[in-house]
Ligand binder design. Structure first.
Ligand SMILES: N[C@@H](CCC(=O)N[C@@H](CS)C(=O)NCC(=O)O)C(=O)O
Length: 311
């Protein structure tokens, strides 16, 4: 059995989502700290070009995007479940909406001038400029656009009042009754807002929301222990990728299994990853690639939100 290795950095909201998922499942894991911006040579040696944060590595298998990381953790440990069977569609769809729409609200609010000034206060001006240039590059070529701060400020009270009213009904401690992926997707966005005094009241002004967030963050991060990036690459190199899923795959449109393909996110961070398409399931795509440092790795992507094309 290979260890779970999370490649992440402390201030990343999606990494916080993954850390909380590991905590919810009470898992032990190895923690590799990656840079918050490009270049990320060690990470890209594993992924083949995917640059977003976080990435989960299990031996020579590499999982991109928290939507798929959540499913991999569910396979690792089925209970407690992130996808309760009788509401699996509802919670996954809600999570997908939150991870795109509500996350963009949070980004817009966190990076509005008064909040950004505090966040960047301890960084030298050159580092701030480098970060801004990196994030501009991250968004180039994708379908996602930045939400204007005035729109985010205008809509936020409506969204939070809806949430406050639902939670205040006391129909359960979590969004869909029992905890699910839905809670973790919303929680990482609100955790991000809590990160500066300017934006923290956007959560704390809603007592039932703040109490719910406390419950979700209370799951903690499981049991992490540090690992160096070079060691993680050695682990991948020494390992054999896991057997392909038993569930029969499908023949994706315009591409054959065994063909050389490129897979890329469509929203932002659209850098393509090239390799041989090994498997296309209902939730995941698996690509085989070879890297001088990582060896033969299988890189896994979600189906939703990713483009697959022949090369
Ligand atoms: N859909 C992705 C989104 C991940 C994402 O947007 N991560 C941000 C950090 S929170 C990112 O990659 N920022 C650029 C970077 O870290 O280089 C997921 O669920 O993992």
């Amino acid at each position: 059995m290979h260890e779970l290795i999370l490649h992440h950095y402390p201030t990343s909201p999606f990494a916080e989502k993954a850390r909380l998922l590991l905590g919810f499942k009470q898992l032990s894991w190895r923690s590799v700290t990656i840079p918050a911006m490009m270049p990320k040579p060690d990470l890209v040696a594993l992924t083949g070009g995917y640059r977003k944060t976080p990435v989960l590595q299990v031996g020579a298998d590499v999982y991109c995007d928290t939507a798929l990381i959540a499913r991999r953790l569910e396979a690792e440990k089925a209970t407690p479940s992130l996808f309760p069977r009788d509401r699996a569609f509802a919670v996954a769809s809600f999570a997908q909406w939150v991870d795109s729409t509500i996350f963009q609200y949070a980004v817009s609010l966190v990076f509005q001038p008064e909040s950004a000034a505090l966040r960047f206060a301890r960084l030298p001006p050159a580092a701030v400029e480098a970060f801004i240039a990196d994030r501009a590059a991250l968004f180039s070529g994708g379908s996602a656009t930045r939400l204007p701060a005035e729109v985010a400020r205008r809509d936020w009270p409506t969204l939070m009042t809806r949430l406050e009213r639902q939670l205040a009904q006391g129909a359960g401690d979590f969004l869909f009754g029992e905890p699910s992926i839905a809670d973790f997707s919303l929680a990482h966005c609100l955790w991000f807002l809590k990160g500066t005094p300017v934006t923290a009241p956007l959560v704390d002004d809603y007592p039932a929301v703040a109490a719910w967030l406390g419950r979700v963050l209370g799951f903690g991060h499981g049991a992490p222990s540090e690992l160096g990036a070079a060691e993680a690459l050695e682990i991948a190199h020494a390992a054999q990728p896991a057997a392909l899923p038993d569930e029969p795959g499908r023949e994706p449109e315009g591409v054959r299994i065994g063909q050389r393909v490129a897979i890329a996110a469509t929203d932002y961070g659209v850098d393509p990853v090239e390799g041989e398409l090994l498997y296309a399931g209902h939730e995941d795509l698996i690509l085989r690639r070879e890297d001088p440092r990582a060896g033969v790795v299988h890189v896994h992507f979600p189906v939703l939100g990713f483009r697959l094309e022949a090369r």
